[in-house]
Design a protein around this ligand. Sequence first.
Ligand code: PEP
Ligand code: MG
Length: 592
Amino acid sequence: MERLKGIGVSSGIAFGPALVAIQRTQVIRFPIAPERVARELSALERARKRSRQQLQQIRTRISELKGADLASIFDAQLLMLDDPVLVGRAADLISAERVNAEWAVQRAFDEIAAVFNDVEDPYLHERKGDLHDVAGRLRMNLRGEKGGARDLLHDLDSPCVLVADELTPSVVAQLDWTRILGFATDAGSRTYHTAILARSLGVPAVVGLHDVSQRIPAGASVIIDGDSGDVMIDPAPSDRREAEARTRLQRGRQSAPRTEGPNETTDGIRIQLHANIERTDDVAMALASGAEGIGLYRSEFLLVGGPPDLAGEDEQYEVYRHVVQNMAPRPVTIRTFDIDERQLARPLVDTALDARWFPDAGRTGHAGLRGIRFGLAQPAIFKTQLRALLRAAAHGSLRIMFPFVSSVHEVRAARALLAEARAELQARGVEAGQAAIGIMIEVPSAAFTASLLAREVDFFTIGTNDLIQYTLAVDRTDERVSDRYEPLHPAVLRLIRQVRRGAVRQGIPLAVCGEMASDPLLLRLLIGCGLTEFSMTPGALLMARRVVSETSAGEMARIAARVMTLGTVDEIEKVLVEHFGPEGGREEVKTQ
Ligand code: PEP
Ligand code: MG
């Protein structure tokens, strides 16, 4: 038996055979059975044909709009599609190594890219960009195929524990989680999106294990403990029995009836508890968990697997309307796309989405042209989304939220585009509903100017995940500095207090939607800071209801006032531990 220690990011225990997936640049490598080889080869051929058609259509469109010169870029891409070094090599890899087509395409691309990198020729470097796009397009078309990652996982004989080097949010969003009991990854930290998704899916997960994907042989029996962060390889029979008993207990708890009714502290302060969702399927889970609304719908997840301009107005409208109608009469807060513009040249949004949480040499950082900046830089895409949102607003209570705001100027510019979007609908004679307009406070400059921003909008939502990382200059995705990612840092608490003052002075509602709210101890402290609305992963709502019903807001306000005078995280923690015991009340809540 071998025991590894990582960061437990999603509660619960998973026990089963390991499926080891090496995912680089969002592609998972799956071993396939000999009889599947022919299927993968024909899928590759179909993807090539579809890619050819798409490129020809784009070529014609560009040539009509911008002339033949620009269109010639696509001639080069069409040639690459027919070149045996890419698709031919991928086909060889499928047959020789018995791997899935998506992975084979990526491997073939990596091999050619390595050759290009060795040559100091600017022309070849440019061609690498084209080749990257072609490979991306092939993969996009392969994803729509039967036999993609989702189907391969369907073919598993028995459910398994997924062990991977990294799992990007776009891949996680596409997997079939009924077949995966839990996962462990080399990379990651508590607030990266794969961890957030795991919590919303209720899948136990341990991340930040450094080299777990190399240490666990495929098929080995593993136990993953999402509470302690332990991963056991080939566990002893006694550990297995304990894991099985805990899994049964877990299932029993999951099926326990949810409590209904409003949430109030022991001294009668009404607390609103909403759900964070990433997919429309999460609505059912949010309702079952007693969510009083959707406090954050990360709309960029609907772009997974396609280019950003693929999501048309009608298609988006249907998605938003579905969420709003299913949650009615509860309010739904939809955040406009929070992706990075620099990746738009690529055919897939996945890279843009994942770039926010997986920085590495080939990807952009987290503080680029993302969030509201992306919207303002791409008014056509932004207005399409705003029109869809305004149309959906006619069907229920919808609030529109702009992410990553850092100035009043940005809010005014976004509101101007919103007015244009409304006028465009009016001109078409299409009904637009009323929607409250709010912003996420997740950049320190926004927190510092909260009193100014509060005059411009109808509500604030604090995104503590980003606010903490930018305030403390600690990358939320980098496990090497995860111990410095401190929600209890005096700077973070002071900023939250400042935001609240800004909101109260202007009389606008304020919520917290970052992961901070789903930690029982931090939730109590936030209540003490005067916050009354929280949004969190549906899986944490039951915990939050309990915490609220056991907490005295008055007592917490006194503790919070004391905490605000302290200079270090240790001192703050000591005060909280004095009140809630060594586990800070966390353990008591989790095991109830
Ligand atoms: C946040 O930053 O706290 C937040 C909720 O947004 P995201 O995690 O999507 O960046
Ligand atoms: Mg954020």
